[in-house]
Design a protein around this ligand. Structure first.
Ligand code: UDP
Length: 318
């Protein structure tokens, strides 16, 4: 039996990962979350499973577990700008930095392998396009996104120092924009906002001129590469970009969602938040070469599955 601890396990990516890993009868899952942006609703079907345990805990505080842990996936951190910024900014930095430190300590004591969910945000407003892992980024250290961007950068540095000092087995992935079922409809990110707005017959809100780009990865593709990364050779530490290189403007995304749900909907333009990156697209050659991975699900197909999920969710809540 392998004991796997997942922080952020009730969140969007975490809950998808719990559901995938529990399918293997040799896995025991310990899901840890403070439920700030996650929800037990996302993992309700797992709560009765004898191989699944949920612990309500904030990883800003140290965590003691009375059994041997084999692997840790550190996914805990609010990831949507409205959820991580503003009055939550200090909490976000603490989650990234203290959270990483606490989980690294747990890994060190257990001699466990630990995977860090880093982010494309480490590249900031990128001056290299598409972004390769060797690009060191262009982050505004005092801007409103810095709590997340610098927090995640510091966490990467802690991971590599634990590896150098204690020999901790680490894995670092840099996740680009991801979407799919079990996103929080109210978390304010662009895919969930557009789909929920369209389903409710509201205007789609584009921030700025909508010419900024993002590359959207469907969650099932991401889960596959996260698991592959954990299983990779011990000497492959990363960081490795995990995302879909298909690049779209936010306007194109809005048009696609409108077309699928209701072409007569209107778009309303809102101010662009400060430090909002102009473009973002991963170079995934490293993931292809080392992990034999590339995303399979095209944006249009992934949006169909996501629309189905949100339509059901909205119906349940009516
Ligand atoms: N965005 C938008 N309308 C929305 C939500 C977001 O135009 O209702 C824009 C946002 O300004 C950014 C892009 O969509 O340029 C992606 O935003 P998201 O919050 O999903 O992710 P991130 O900015 O962290 O990549």
């Amino acid at each position: 039996m392998k004991t796997i601890l997942i922080t952020g396990g009730t969140g969007f990516i975490g809950s998808n990962l719990c559901k995938r890993l529990i399918n293997d009868e040799n896995n025991k899952i310990i899901c840890v979350d403070n439920n700030y942006t996650g929800s037990l609703e996302n993992i309700k079907e797992l709560l009765d499973n004898p191989r699944f345990t949920f612990i309500e805990h904030d990883i800003i505080n140290p965590l003691e577990i009375n059994e041997k842990i084999d692997e840790i996936y550190n996914l805990a951190c609010p990831a949507s700008p409205p959820a991580y910024q503003g009055e939550k900014a200090v909490f976000t930095t603490m989650t990234c930095v203290y959270g990483a430190r606490n989980m690294l300590e747990l890994a060190r004591k257990n001699n466990a392998k630990i995977l860090q969910s880093s982010t494309s945000e480490v590249y900031g407003e990128p001056l290299e396009h598409p972004q390769k892992e060797s690009y060191r980024g262009n982050v505004n250290p005092i801007g409103i996104r810095a709590c997340y961007d610098e927090g995640k950068r510091c966490a990467e540095s802690l991971f590599f120092d634990y590896n150098r000092i204690y020999g901790t087995k680490i894995k670092v992935i840099r996740i680009f924009n991801t979407y799919g079922p079990f996103m929080d409809p109210n978390d304010g990110r662009v895919v969930s906002n557009f789909i929920c707005q369209a389903l409710r017959g509201e205007d789609l809100t584009i921030y700025g001129d909508g010419l900024q780009t993002r590359s959207f990865c469907y969650v099932d593709d991401l889960i596959e590469v996260i698991i592959k990364m954990m299983a990779s050779e011990d000497d492959f530490l990363g960081p490795v970009n995990t995302g879909n290189p298909g690049e779209f403007t936010i306007k194109e995304l809005a048009e696609l969602v409108k077309e699928k749900i209701n072409p007569s909907l209107k778009i309303s333009y809102k101010p662009l938040p400060s430090d909002d990156p102009t473009q973002r697209r991963p170079n995934i050659s490293l993931a292809k070469e080392k992990l034999n991975w590339e995303p399979k699900i095209k944006l249009s197909e992934g949006l169909d599955k996501t629309i189905e999920y949100f339509a059901q969710k909205i119906k349940e809540n009516e």
